[in-house]
Every structure is written in C-alpha cells, then in structure tokens.
Unconditional design. Sequence first.
Length: 330
Amino acid sequence: MRDLPIPACVTAGDRTAARPVYGESKVFLELEGLPLVAHVVRTLQRVPEVSEVWVVGDPGRLEKALGSEELRRELRKPLRVVPQFRNLYENAWQTYRRLLPGAGPEGRDPSEPDLDQQVLYLSGDLPFATPEEISEFVRRSSALGCDFCLGLVTEESMRGFEPDAPGAPGIRMAYFNLREGRFRQSNLFLVKPARIGNRHYVEEMYEHRYQRQFGQILALAWRLLRSEAGGLRLLFYYALMHLASVADRWGWRRCADFLRRPLPIARVEATLGRLLRTSLRLVVTEVGGCAVDIDNEADYDAAKARFTEWRAVQAARAAHLARELEGGSS
C-alpha cells in the first residue's frame, strides 16, 4: 500500500467543547504577540510528515489571527481555513471530507481509495508543542498500522511545568493512572476517520479526558453500559480509571497505585478500540509540550509568566531526543 500524505487538522472552534478563558476563545489568546493557534500553525510548518495544514473555526477571526506578516513568512505548506460546525466531532469529520483528493468546498464522502487516509488532529491551544515531538508521534503511530492512535506523555516529561514552589506560576497536571505509570493525554491524534465505527464517542472522550465532571462521567458510563457490547466491562474499567485519577489528585498515591494495577495499556487500548469499533493504540512520547493546553485563566497566566523558559526547555528536550533517535538508527 502506498504511503499517503498526512494533512494536519487544527481544531480551533469556539462552540460546545470550547471553554472561554478570560471571556475569550482560548485559541485567540496571545503569547509573545501571536495567538495560540498561530503558534500551532507555525510549529506544523517544520513537521516533515505533515503535507498541509487545515484550521477549522471562525473564518473571520482565523484569517486575522493567521494573517500576520511574521507567520506568513514562515508558511511552507498549504494553509486552509474551514468554517466551524456544531461541535468537535463535526469539525473533525467535515474537515476530513474537504481534504480528500478532488473534494470541493463542501467536501465529499470517502470512497474505497480514501479508507486509509490518515489525518493528524491536534488542538489549537498548544503553545509549547515542538516539531520534533509531533514528528515522533506521527512516525511511531504510522509504524503501528492501526486506525486510531492517541498520544500520551509520561509524568516525568511534565514535571517542568509544575509550580516550583507554593504560589509560584505553574500548571498542575491531571494524569491517567495506568499499570505502566501515570500519563497525560498529549492532544495528538493520528486517525483514519473513515475506519472508525463509533465516531460520535470521540467528542465525549475528549470532553471528559481530565475526568473531573462527575455527573457527565456517570451519564456517559450509563450509556455505554446500555448501548455497547461488553458494556459492563467498559463501565468497570472506566470507573477504575476515574477513581484512580481522583485518588491521585487528592494525594492518595498508594490507593491510586492499587486501583491502576488492573489497567495495563494493552487492556485500555482493547477496551477503547471496542468502544469506537476500530483498531486503537496509545502512543507514548517523551517530550511533553503537546500535553500543555490552555484550559483556564490560571494556566494562561502561568504560560505568560514562564513562556520563554518553557519553550526553551521543550526545544532542548526535543533536540536531545532527536539526537538519541538518530544515534540509535545509525
């Protein structure tokens, strides 16, 4: 099978799943004079596996946010803007329909030759993403040959973003507690959209990735129990993962360690794959910038206060990893 080019889709919509920060859609917040979405688009220009960049959101605001001379000078790949739809799922799916070969402005449904078309999805509020981190995720994911790859980063890679002392600027992270360790979702997804059976669950999984909205979590768990094959098993693992996360946030590490024992990565992959009716893998990378999104005012304030420091640390970490990989492959 021939290798298909990999377009990137940056989700920058401000409906349903999007939460305003200081009353503003977070992708338009500025750091160092550039909106967050412009930082992401600029980073993608230096990812060799990415063939073109699509940004879905408010066209008028995006044209302005992406129209600076500074950014335009760095554009090396086609950049296209797609008007946003009702929710995250529709933004992802409708952009996919438009990026298919020969699709017009309204897009088209995939046909047999399109089934293995991969799309790199990422959110528009990742100011600390590096090209090396994204490239490594894409290469590791593509080598697995599955239909849905979801990125994770290690707890160790996130420690530099934590506050240095009580009251110091920093971002306290929530983690998935799995048998192999504690991981944070990296906001990177390499997907063959046409091969996902239950695409409608993707938005709900993304919405509840930090597992803090208990009422909505219970509602989703109940729907899974009633509607999906193996629903009781899904509910059991889902509850364990949530309880381990709560225990971890409250500082009950031994309790969290006990609860995560029945949750090896392979079992979680199989369970999520069954839910989405696709082949799914969790892909762990060691550079953490793509796991830092801006979800609230405190995160934004910390990112402003430590932007230069954190960007430098991520660039150094990514460069070190790239040298290690080159040495291992020589």
